[in-house]
Design a protein around this ligand. Structure first.
Ligand SMILES: [Zn+2]
Length: 181
């Protein structure tokens, strides 16, 4: 069970809290951390508290709760990656870097200070897409991923979609794919 709180009880924070609670009541979700904060116009992040930004544009979507749900799942999967051993990561990084960096400019490397951060996002984006494929219907899924110009990792997501099965197999070898217990 996850509890959603607001940072300052602002109207748009309360709205985001309510939309997200609606999604959490409707869809099954991964729990690695059980506390969520809605905070005005903040960049979503996972640590130390899973925090979701509250923006007005969220209401431009037919189902704002689905957009927020994707952000929530993404940040939960950051906690999943934190739960993994350093050993697992080191082996996995060596492999996936060697294999996928050759794809060149499909990735937005330049946006990242550290390459490692990029690969963590790669694994998190993959797990999020994989999870949402199961839980959302096609229309909802497309609503999330068709809004790519509003998304932080559009090229990475496009690449993952195109190479989904291959990446699935590779990440599974290292225990980097989330399985519901
Ligand atoms: Zn992320």
């Amino acid at each position: 069970m996850v509890t959603v709180e607001t940072k300052n009880n602002l109207p748009k924070e309360v709205e985001v809290k309510e939309f997200l609670e609606k999604a959490l009541a409707k869809y099954p979700y991964p729990i690695f951390t059980d506390k969520v904060l809605a905070e005005k116009e903040v960049i979503p992040h996972s640590n130390p508290i899973l925090t979701i930004g509250a923006w007005n544009w969220i209401k431009n979507f037919d189902k704002p709760e689905v957009i927020l749900f994707e952000i929530f799942v993404h940040e939960q999967f950051h906690w999943f990656t934190l739960s993994l051993d350093a050993d697992v990561w080191n082996k996995a990084f060596t492999h996936i870097k060697a294999k996928y960096r050759r794809q060149g400019d499909v990735f937005d490397y330049h946006k990242y200070d550290k390459e490692k951060i990029f690969w963590i996002e790669f694994v998190v984006c993959f797990n999020t897409m994989r999870y949402l494929r199961k839980v959302l219907n096609k229309g909802e899924y497309n609503m999330v991923y068709d809004s790519r110009k509003n998304r932080p990792y559009p090229k990475t997501e496009k690449f993952i979609e195109k190479n989904f099965e291959k990446i699935d197999q590779d990440l599974k070898k290292f225990g980097l794919v989330y399985h519901q217990k």
